[in-house]
Design a protein around this ligand. Sequence first.
Ligand code: UD1
Length: 419
Amino acid sequence: MARFIITESVPLKGKVRVSGAKNSVLPIIAASLLADGQSVIEEIPYLNDVRIMCELVESLGACIELCEGNTKLKITSGSISDTTAPYELVNKLRASFLVMGPLLAKTGKARISLPGGCAIGTRPVDLHLKGFMAMGANITQGHGYIEAASRGRLKGGKIYLDFPSVGATENIMMAAAIADGNTIIENAAIEPEIVDLATYLTTMGAAIKGAGTDTIKISGVSCLTAASHAIIPDRIEAGTFMAAAAITGGDVIVENVVPDHMKPISAKLREAGVEISEELTSIRIRGGELKAIDIKTHPYPGFPTDMQSQMTSLMSMAHGTSMIIETIFENRFMHVSELKRMGANIKIEGRSAIIEGSNKLTGAQVKATDLRAGASLIIAGLAAEGVTEITDIEHIDRGYMNIDTKLSSIGAKIIRIAD
Ligand code: UD1
């Protein structure tokens, strides 16, 4: 089983470049199904999740070519040859549910395996489906699959999301792009990845206004044409490097970031005593004495749930007591029992983690239970006395491109042991 061996590291120092955002590239690959012709997507993070999404759209009729050191994808799409996303793929990658909007809009039908449970909660898809129903689709469920069908083209509709779901906003936006008439999504998610998807769709000829605000208006067009697009930088990867720099008291410049996207993370790190300075496309982090802070996760521009576990590690090394409240996912404290094995003093009460900081963690054998939980163990391992061995690192590889190589380049002592 592949694993990381991490030894307590000196303060990290140097420059590290962030890859394109995983959470942008996945919907953008799905959206390519809507176009006719060859789209070119740059700044690809060629992660396992991206590979699975490519496999899925290929199985639906698209043709994919990977070039320039796996950083560029050429996606040729036209007619859809299959409208089923099978369990084997949806089970591996929940985001594969994002092909439902494009399939339904383009062919009038889609059959997608139910995503099922995942490590961080039940993660339903009811909001996606409500959106499709408001656009005239008929939804049925059976044998572990959800089937959506419409008579002719989808019709524009007015959709109020009970919660600003990222995935539902993306799926509905893609479907509405080539529906008949106008669609309005209210209480839409406003994450930068939504704006990135809207930019791509607009370049393909879609008429979308308001992406990045809570009301998105889409005027359906008859067809979309292939386009070129570069994926925005991954704000969670950037935040993870920032936390790694902070926990080692390092001095690191994180390159290829949009500082504006980092505000919710930068603000909290500053509050914790970390010095942060911003340039146009980079952020410099200088670690100092860490102070305990309270954090509550929220949809953007609130503090991202995807950075919650990394901050839990950081607060384990801070002076004082921190409280971290997770409001987005119901079961996202799986890293806590692993961090406790490393000497962290953390109590869970419902959706809150109460962390008694101390400046000592000790290396131990721990397991990455999910992607971000795994990232938090790397961060803890960098500061822990002795050696930390992290198993199940395939979860980490789902969301971080060469994290070991990148961290080594700024002084971390991290070694990958292959299967
Ligand atoms: C996306 C991100 C994920 C991030 C999350 C929240 C991708 C590929 N993944 O996931 O990394 O942690 O946003 O920022 O972009 N919900 C419902 N019904 C629905 C849909 C969602 O109740 O139909 C609930 C979920 O259970 C969860 C909350 O809404 O509690 C947020 O989910 P959502 O914003 O949809 O997250 P994802 O798009 O799955």
